[in-house]
Design a protein around this ligand. Structure first.
Ligand SMILES: Cc1cc2nc3c(=O)[nH]c(=O)nc-3n(C[C@H](O)[C@H](O)[C@H](O)COP(=O)(O)O)c2cc1C
Length: 201
């Protein structure tokens, strides 16, 4: 079992990355032997989509995407940590979702939305509404919204509110791991046909 954690902020050392790193530490306690892959969209390693992705010719952007694509294809599920930026997910995360074609198809995705204040609902809704059509990520029902993110997951003794949010993360992660096992059956069933139907309706 291999789970990917995407830190969806394009700022280096973001709060989203802090949360992603905290989630990394939670997974081994929930199930042993789970391999982890963390991708920080704040490092600038993921190229911006350009028309070469619609062509058969090689290009520098395709070359930069290839190793990330390979890692994603090896995953059984992902956690996407997104900040709320002007009520939206950041452009780097939309770009990432645009670059994903079959790598994450019919794999479960858990949404973790973070806000410096009391926001966090809009990016979750955005991902559920427009973040899956062609990449075929299956968003799991139990997302997590972390409000006032600056005050939690900073190390040290957690306050009761932080303990509650960490318990909620553990619960959603546990479900993600079960969806990851269950959706393998879907991918192996022979019912998936991305050649004939590369684009959702
Ligand atoms: C361009 C920009 C727009 C933002 N817009 C919102 C917003 O609409 N709602 C909100 O709750 N926080 C907003 N924030 C604050 C983020 O919630 C905050 O930066 C938090 O640390 C998570 O983002 P990060 O992962 O990039 O650090 C915004 C931050 C930036 C940089």
């Amino acid at each position: 079992m291999k789970i990917g954690i995407i830190a969806g902020s394009q700022r280096p050392d973001s709060q989203s990355l802090k949360v992603a790193k905290c989630l990394e530490t939670r997974v081994p306690a929930l199930e042993s032997g789970v391999e982890l892959y963390t991708l920080d969209l704040g490092t600038g390693t993921v190229p911006l989509w350009d028309p070469s992705f619609f062509s058969a010719d090689p290009s520098p952007s395709k070359e930069a995407w290839a190793p990330v694509s390979k890692e994603l294809a090896s995953l059984d599920g992902i956690v996407v940590v997104t900040p709320e930026w002007h009520g939206m997910v950041p452009p780097a995360l939309k770009n990432f979702l645009l670059l994903c074609t079959s790598e994450l198809a019919h794999k479960p995705g858990m949404i973790v939305s973070v806000s410096a204040a009391m926001g966090g609902s809009y990016p979750m809704v955005e991902l559920r509404t427009t973040g899956y059509k062609n990449n075929r990520i299956c968003w799991t029902p139990d997302h997590v919204i972390i409000r006032n993110v600056g005050g939690v997951m900073n190390g040290g003794d957690p306050a009761p509110e932080e303990q509650d949010i960490v318990k909620r993360c553990d619960y959603s992660l546990k479900l993600l791991l079960e969806y990851a096992k269950a959706l393998r059956g879907v991918r192996e069933s022979g019912a998936v046909d991305l050649q004939t139907y590369p684009f959702g309706m």
